[in-house]
Design a protein around this ligand. Structure first.
Ligand code: ZN
Ligand code: ZN
Ligand code: FE
Length: 773
């Protein structure tokens, strides 16, 4: 007589078949090979494949093994995958043998997520540096875990023919690797080698050099001689020169007509970064992360980087090589530090096509390093920094775009067009918000065309048509005009939203808190206010319905003499602040000396009469004015220069000189601070200590007004947003003060606090509008 079998065991050993649908970033990240390996290990039969929106899997075998498969799918997924959702259904067993990867299926409706570009992985670098390997020094080495993605994908599903690698037929050896489930290049779509991959070439003065060794020698010779080479990379061109040579950097600045705006530096390796900057663990992780962003780091005194790289600043933007070609720039005679700045003419979009670059960069670059793999979508480098151990995004682009931000619920398809400078746009589909790569300033026609192309490309890739278009309230923004034309052409509604309301909505959206009431502090340079003046020092109570916003306070307003000219001339802003406070601008002040008699007379008359002036509450401008008063920066050659240099100066101070920004009802009044500042300047006080004192005064007053407004409304959460919070000294002081008062503080960690993150907020406001009707 046999013992009764345990029913659980019987059930456990029953043959089971399940269909599993995995959604998220599951294509181009080695997901199918991972599934195949898992199935083999668990001795399951079935198949898996890609469709437009997901990886579909069918597995069959003992129930316990199938259960284990379902569990391990989630827990052991490849490092670059992002699983959003797994759907599992039991189906009838079919008794097939073995497990295989089947062809991709086009469903034609839903679309998958496109992965971002990934820096060359350690395994590939080992091959790249191994003389015995067949990919030794191959400029395009990549595998299932690394290489180009977003910038080579032309259509979905993500497969070789739908990439710009389609024009390079695989050689027999690459084909074997591509087809072998045990190979680490199994189904690596951009796979290539010296025999079948893209080719590099060198161009100078109309002559062309080919052959990897000769090309690289020519490039390295140019760099060693202090000349500028335009290098075609992953998402576009860079202008590259010796970062240790003042002459080389100064010449590039001159040719690019870029006076002061800091350049990023490409360092040969992490050790080299450590010789020029202080690198903590968080920063080291960022520098070596698969996204390989530019990271702003505190520079070491007397670092051997030319001072022209980042004039007047105490930080450097540094990055490490993220493609094999970047590693190849460093030869035995090449400097270990290279300037690596966007390959464009100032105010124009990035060059990403060989002919276009040869044409547009001809009077900036001495020579060109080209390759013949087309770039499907241009994508600039991302810029990040850290504050209090957390990531602070400055520009979200390569390595992050086009990863979506998850929304709390599925909604309509909304296109939000962003602002005007540092522009990005956002497209929502279901419960995802897709923010574009960085597109830059929308001032030029070329930029607007690039914007339009990018919108077309993204809507086509997602196969959607927007049901609503959202733009900024500002009647002068070219994005707003474009949005008007676009919504007319599509016959869909256009809604506009207030700039600072959108900043706060963006902050809530990235934290998944769009139904949270928040007291938002939105400090930036410029935003069109509800009263048609220039806002930029705003306290807005938002929510719990995200559409409800109430102005709870602001910076004391003052005249901005000459609009855009004032933005470029901090000295004018300083005079305006003094006039507002009723303090005479005496001749010995740095800001007075900065203007000649004609300009000074013009500004005085503008401030007296209000002609050509705009009223503003901009904290960005307050920074400009204080920067000019302290003699730091009188004329700015790039956005926020005066404020950035003021922050750098403040960081060098040992202690702050106390200053006082008054909180009068719901207004921050800078008048007493200016009084104190001028008294101290006349007494010969240290400018750095005053700069630090100003940061402390602003943090203290902001904390006081924010906490009071929040308490009055029973709001336990305070949000910090707007470009001014790129200033980590201010945001750090403010966060500490707010947290010490018992508030929860939200800051940006996913999208930038500046206008580069605005589109996300516009999009979620648009979604809320459609649901309200
Ligand atoms: Zn790799
Ligand atoms: Zn090959
Ligand atoms: Fe803004």
């Amino acid at each position: 007589m046999t013992a009764q079998l345990d029913p659980a065991l019987v059930v456990g050993n029953k043959v089971d078949r399940r269909r599993i649908i995995v959604r998220g970033i599951v294509q181009g990240v080695g997901f199918r090979p991972f599934v195949a390996r898992l199935a083999a290990a668990l001795e399951l039969s079935g198949h898996c494949g890609n469709d437009d929106s997901s990886v579909f899997i069918e597995v069959e075998g003992p129930r316990s093994a199938v259960d284990s498969m379902c569990r391990r799918l989630r827990n052991e997924a490849p490092p670059l995958s992002v699983i959003v959702d797994i759907q599992i259904d039991s189906i009838t067993p079919r008794g097939d043998r073995g497990f295989r990867i089947v062809d991709s299926r086009h469903l034609g409706n839903a679309r998958t997520l496109i992965p971002p570009d990934v820096a060359t992985c350690t395994d590939c670098l080992l091959e790249f540096t191994d003389p015995a390997d067949r990919r030794y020094r191959h400029p395009f080495v990549n595998c299932t875990n690394c290489g180009p993605r977003f910038t080579v994908i032309t259509d979905l599903p993500y497969d070789r023919p739908a990439t710009t690698m389609a024009i390079f037929p695989m050689c027999a050896r690459c084909r074997l690797e591509y087809d072998d489930p045990a190979d680490r290049r199994y189904h690596a779509q951009p796979i290539s080698c010296h025999d079948c991959g893209p080719r590099i070439s060198f161009r100078k003065d109309g002559t062309s050099v080919t052959g990897d060794a000769d090309v690289l020698r020519s490039v390295q010779d140019e760099l060693a001689a202090g000349r500028t080479v335009a290098v075609k990379g992953l998402g576009g061109f860079h202008l590259v020169c010796d970062a240790t040579s003042s002459a080389a950097v100064a010449r590039l600045r001159d040719r690019k007509r870029r006076q002061h705006k800091p350049f990023a530096v490409l360092a040969r390796d992490l050790r080299t970064v450590d010789t020029i900057c202080r690198v903590d663990d968080v920063a080291a992780d960022l520098l070596t992360s698969p996204a390989r962003p530019i990271v702003l780091l505190p520079s070491r005194p007397k670092a051997f980087v030319a001072p022209e790289v980042a004039p007047h600043l105490d930080e450097l933007g540094v990055l490490l090589p993220y493609t094999a070609l970047h590693h190849l720039l460093f030869g035995p005679d090449t400097p270990p530090l290279l300037v690596m700045t966007s390959g464009n003419r100032t105010d124009e979009p990035l060059c990403f096509d060989n002919d276009d670059a040869l044409h547009r960069l001809s009077d900036i670059a001495d020579a060109f390093l080209l390759h013949d793999r087309p770039i499907a979508v241009p994508c600039e480098d991302s810029v990040l920094t850290t504050s209090r151990g957390r990531v602070v995004p400055i520009r979200r682009s390569r390595g992050f775009a086009p990863l979506p931000v998850a929304l709390p619920a599925p909604g309509p398809v909304v296109l939000a067009v962003g602002a005007e400078v540092k522009n990005t746009f956002c497209l929502t589909r279901q419960d995802y918000a897709f923010c574009s790569a960085h597109l830059g300033d929308m001032g030029s026609l070329e930029s607007q065309r690039a914007f339009e192309r990018s919108v077309e490309q993204m809507t086509a890739m997602h196969a959607v048509t927007p049901e609503l278009v959202v733009a900024d309230d500002h009647p002068g923004y070219s994005t707003r005009h474009w949005a008007q034309r676009y919504s007319d052409a599509l016959d869909v509604p256009l809604r506009t939203v207030q700039h600072h309301h959108a900043h706060i909505a963006s902050l809530l959206a990235e934290h998944g808190r769009t139904r949270t009431a928040v007291l938002g502090v939105a400090f930036d340079g410029t935003g069109y206010g509800c009263d048609r003046t220039v806002w930029g020092g705003e306290f807005l109570a938002v929510g719990p319905n995200i559409l409800d916003a109430q102005r709870a306070g602001h910076l004391r307003s003052f005249w901005l003499p000459g609009g855009d000219v004032a933005v470029r001339t901090p000295a004018r802003v300083a005079l305006a602040l003094l006039a507002e406070a009723g303090i005479p601008a005496t001749a010995e002040l740095a800001c007075s000396r900065a203007l000649d008699d004609t300009e000074r007379a013009l500004v005085d008359s503008q401030l007296r009469t209000g002609t050509g002036c705009a009223r503003t509450t901009s904290v960005g401008r307050l920074f400009d004015g204080v920067s000019a008063l302290l003699g730091v920066c009188q004329r700015a050659s790039y956005e926020a220069q005066a404020a950035i240099e003021l922050e750098a100066l403040a960081r060098s101070a040992a202690r702050p000189i106390p200053l006082d920004i008054a909180v009068a009802s719901d207004v921050l009044d800078f008048a007493p601070m200016l009084d104190g500042l001028l008294t101290a300047i006349r007494a010969g006080a240290d400018a750095a200590e005053l700069a630090l004192g100003f940061h402390h005064a602003l943090a203290t007053a902001t904390a006081e007004l924010a906490t009071r407004s929040a308490r009055e409304r029973n709001i336990p959460t305070i949000g910090l947003t707007g470009g001014v919070f790129g200033n980590r000294l201010l945001s750090g002081l403010l966060q500490t003060a707010l947290e010490n008062s018992g508030f929860e503080v939200l800051t940006h960690n996913t999208v930038p606090s500046n206008d580069g993150g605005l589109c996300l907020g516009q999009a979620v406001l648009g979604i809320a509008m459609t649901s309200r009707g």
